[in-house]
Design a protein around this ligand. Structure first.
Ligand code: FAD
Length: 384
């Protein structure tokens, strides 16, 4: 998208987030739900498909533009971004990266417009950090497939219209080579969704288990070739990691703003606490994390756009940004003193909300492994 047009969209989203969503955060927290008016406005602004190609109704943003837009989305409750996060991210990217032209034409416009909410169903009870160990199976029957198994912690499952389901199609192949991906509408007989999970934070964003009990799907439900599901999942997760890293930096900006606002108002020892140097140290360390994280996300996004690096940068950005927002949330609570420990104060809510970022789309430990392996490979390939 042209820079000027993109900037208009980014500024409109910024205004919407700050004027329409931020004031409703307490209500979202209390009701565990995003108001329908906000959902509709998000769809009208094209937010269900900003990372999807224009020819299928998306906004067609580059990774760098996406990161800049997500900085704005991260300024409010992560539940807002989660509404359309799976459509743009892990689920929508399955179609974008691996579907045939016919499948893209049939399915992507519904995902990009928000007519469908799409979920990404990879994780299982015994397959989290190591998804290659998944047990959900898809067996050929006639022209189609029969899927049996279950998935855990699936974002947007309670409202999903369609699932991207990763299932084992070749039990004899090596664990990662025997997995394929299927598009399964939520209304298919045999698909059922468990109760909403009770989470630590991110109220208004829903996850649940999903069950597949002899679910029959046609041949064109297979997305990408047989045995290519694991590679598709990894490619979608690499994009998702940059997206989450940008989100973390949006929230870091909010936390810095909250801590500065509180520190300038709160008076102790006869002066605003912002004048105490140890409070200034907390603010300085947080601003430094913010600037370092934003720079890393943008640099990694540019390398992703050019095709120079689609793996190491996303893992470094996700690792640094998710750990940084955790540090900053902790400092923001500290700056607020006792108030920071009380429900109803934004930083208390964000402190719980941001804990998830170090866990999903690859834990920090998994990012460390990806980073170390890629670095070792690069250094041994090119030498010192
Ligand atoms: C709110 C939420 C939303 C989610 N949304 C989705 C979704 O939409 N779709 C989806 O498919 N999944 C989703 N997930 C699942 C998420 O991706 C997994 O929870 C995550 O990958 C970790 O897997 P696990 O929970 O099984 O933990 P485990 O893999 O059991 O990890 C437990 C601990 O062991 C560590 N560990 C594991 N393996 C290694 C290793 N090799 N080396 C070092 N340490 C290791 C981990 O870092 C972690 O600290 C979601 C999870 C949550 C909580």
């Amino acid at each position: 998208m042209e820079a000027e047009e993109f900037d208009e969209i980014r500024l409109a989203v910024r205004r919407f987030v700050r004027e329409q969503v931020v004031p409703r955060e307490p209500e979202i927290e209390e009701s565990d739900e995003i108001p329908e008016a906000i959902r509709k406005a998000a769809a009208d602004m094209g937010l269900f498909g900003f990372a999807l190609p224009e020819e299928y109704g998306g906004l067609g943003l580059s990774m760098e533009q996406e990161a800049r837009l997500v900085f704005e989305l991260g300024y409010t409750t992560p539940a807002f971004r989660s509404l359309f996060g799976t459509n743009n991210g892990i689920a929508g990217h399955v179609l974008m990266l691996s579907a045939s032209d016919e499948q893209k034409a049939e399915f992507l416009p519904k995902v990009a417009s928000g007519e469908w909410t799409a979920s990404f169903a990879l994780t299982e009870t015994d397959a989290g950090s190591d998804p290659a160990g998944l047990k959900t199976a898809a067996v050929r029957e006639g022209d189609g497939w029969v899927i049996t198994g279950s998935k855990r912690y699936i974002t947007n499952a309670p409202v999903a219209d369609v699932f991207m389901v990763f299932a084992r199609t070749d039990p004899d192949a090596s664990p990662s080579k025997g997995i394929s991906c299927f598009l399964v509408p939520a209304t298919t007989p045999g698909v059922s969704v468990g109760p909403k999970d009770k989470k630590m934070g991110q109220a208004g964003a829903w996850t649940a288990d999903v069950y597949f009990d002899d679910v029959r799907v046609p041949a064109n439900a297979l997305i990408g070739g047989e045995g290519l599901g694991y590679a598709t999942a990894m490619a979608c997760l690499a994009h998702g990691r940059l997206h989450i890293a940008a989100l973390c930096m949006g929230t870091t900006q909010r936390l810095v703003d909250e801590m500065v606002a509180f520190a300038t108002e709160r008076v102790q020892g006869g002066k605003p606490i912002a004048e105490h140097q140890l409070i200034q140290a907390l603010i300085a360390d947080s601003q430094t994390d913010l600037m370092a994280g934003r720079s890393l996300v943008l640099e990694a996004a540019r390398a992703y756009d050019s095709g120079e690096d689609t793996k190491l940068g996303p893992a470094c950005a996700k690792y640094f940004a998710s750990e940084a927002v955790g540090r900053v949330a902790d400092r923001a609570v500290q700056v607020h003193g006792g108030a920071g420990y009380m429900h109803g104060i934004a930083v208390e809510r964000f402190y719980r909300d941001v804990r998830l970022f170090r866990i999903y789309e690859g834990t920090s430990q998994i990012q460390q492994l990806v980073i170390a392996r890629a670095t070792l490979k690069r250094v041994s390939a090119v030498g010192r």
